[in-house]
Write a protein that binds this ligand. Sequence first.
Ligand SMILES: CCCCCCCCCCCCCCCC(=O)SCCNC(=O)CCNC(=O)[C@H](O)C(C)(C)COP(=O)(O)OP(=O)(O)OC[C@H]1O[C@@H](n2cnc3c(N)ncnc32)[C@H](O)[C@@H]1OP(=O)(O)O
Length: 142
Amino acid sequence: MKYYSRYCVKPGDLNPAQRLFGGQLLSWIDEEAAIFAGCQMGTPMLVTKLMSEINFVSSASCGDVVEFGFEVVGIGQTSLTVHCEVRNKQTQQLIVQVDQIVFVALDANGKPTPHDKAGMSLEQARIITQHERELREHRLAS
Ligand SMILES: CCCCCCCCCCCCCCCC(=O)SCCNC(=O)CCNC(=O)[C@H](O)C(C)(C)COP(=O)(O)OP(=O)(O)OC[C@H]1O[C@@H](n2cnc3c(N)ncnc32)[C@H](O)[C@@H]1OP(=O)(O)O
């Protein structure tokens, strides 16, 4: 699992029990996971189709830094499935786990459409993503 963005929990993110509000965390997850999936699928035109079981394992408090881990666990023709874990950056303690988040790529008419990784195995997609990353880094460095 690779960890991407980080957020610092602030007073406005808390629930009445002074813990990170679950709805706020889910909103961050949806946006971060959509960006991750959009990069994999090669399009910003995507929607969240499904979020599977969400397990709030532990809580976060004001001042904690939380970080978001994502991994592609399923590739379809128009959909891509992502597993997500959010942990406390300082303690590495797991905060929430979302088993599967399914994103669907849409065409200009809002209909499901094949994405860049359609039909690939997880291993093929991993190799291509790594290659794309290296090309991008090479471009930025030159
Ligand atoms: C260039 C790079 C830049 C990247 C930079 C990215 C930036 C990106 C920033 C975005 C940041 C904000 C992102 C916010 C994301 C929202 O907030 S989205 C808003 C909430 N979601 C919605 O409004 C979606 C509403 N639902 C729908 O519109 C329709 O259900 C959908 C999604 C179009 C699907 O329609 P449908 O009739 O079910 O379509 P169907 O052809 O049957 O299925 C399509 C695919 O979904 C799968 N599917 C359908 N139902 C299910 C199910 N229950 N379970 C699992 N899979 C299912 C199917 O298997 C199929 O997959 P494939 O087999 O083709 O792979």
